[in-house]
Design a protein around this ligand. Structure first.
Ligand code: SF4
Length: 181
C-alpha cells in the first residue's frame, strides 16, 4: 500500500512554525507509521519531489527563490497548507513592505553612510536570492487549500488539521485509528 508523502517547506519565516510542528512530539512517531517526510528543512533533500500528498508551507514569499519553490510546490502537491501567520498574512516578514520596494529597504543597510565606496549591495544571484519588491502571503502567488494561522500555530491545531486530512486520505488509516501494542 502506498505511503502518504508529506512535505514541509520554509520560505520567508523564522522556522518557529516548524518548531511547533515538532512540538506534536510522540504523535510524529505515529505519523511516521503511515507517512514519509519527502521534503523538509529537517530532511536533507535538495529538490521538491513529484507526487506530494500534503505540503505544509511556512513563511511568506519574500524573494525569487521563495517564489520558484512555492510554484513548484503547487505543481507537485495535491494539498497545500498555508502554514502560520507569515504564510497566511505576510506577518513579520512583510514588515518591510511599508518601507518601500526592496532596493529602498536594503540600500541604507548596505550603503551607510550614503556615498560610501567600499560597500556594495548583495548582487550575486548565485549566493543571495534576489528580494521581491513586496513580500506576499502564500495565497497571493499560488492557490492554497487550507489556512493554518497562528504565530506559530499551536501544535494541537497542526495535529488536528493533519489528522482530518489523513482521515480523508483513503485508504490509509489515520494515526488515531492505529493501534500500537
Ligand atoms: Fe515565525 Fe510566527 Fe512567522 Fe511562524 S508565523 S514563521 S513562528 S514569525
Amino acid at each position: 500500500m502506498a505511503r502518504l508523502k508529506l512535505a514541509t517547506a520554509w520560505l520567508g519565516g523564522c522556522s518557529g512554525c516548524h518548531m511547533s510542528f515538532l512540538d506534536t512530539d510522540e504523535w510524529l512517531l505515529e505519523l511516521a507509521t503511515i507517512a514519509d517526510l519527502v521534503y523538509s528543512p529537517i530532511a536533507d533533500v535538495k529538490t521538491f519531489p513529484e507526487g506530494v500528498d500534503i505540503a505544509l508551507v511556512e513563511g511568506a514569499v519574500a524573494n525569487e527563490e521563495n517564489l520558484h519553490l512555492a510554484r513548484t510546490i503547487r505543481r507537485r502537491s495535491r494539498i497545500v497548507i498555508s502554514f502560520g501567520d507569515c504564510a497566511v498574512t505576510g506577518n513579520v516578514t512583510a514588515m518591510r513592505n511599508p518601507l518601500g520596494v526592496a532596493l529602498e529597504v536594503i540600500r541604507p543597510v548596505y550603503l551607510i553612510p550614503e556615498g560610501t565606496t567600499n560597500c556594495r549591495l548583495p548582487d550575486d544571484r548565485e549566493i543571495v536570492p534576489v528580494l521581491l519588491d513586496r513580500v506576499q502571503p502564500l495565497h497571493v502567488v499560488i492557490p492554497v487549500d487550507h489556512f493554518l494561522p497562528g504565530c506559530p500555530p499551536p501544535a494541537a491545531r497542526i495535529r488536528a488539521l493533519l489528522e482530518e486530512l489523513l482521515a480523508a486520505h483513503e485508504p490509509h488509516p489515520t494515526p488515531a485509528q492505529l493501534t500500537f501494542g
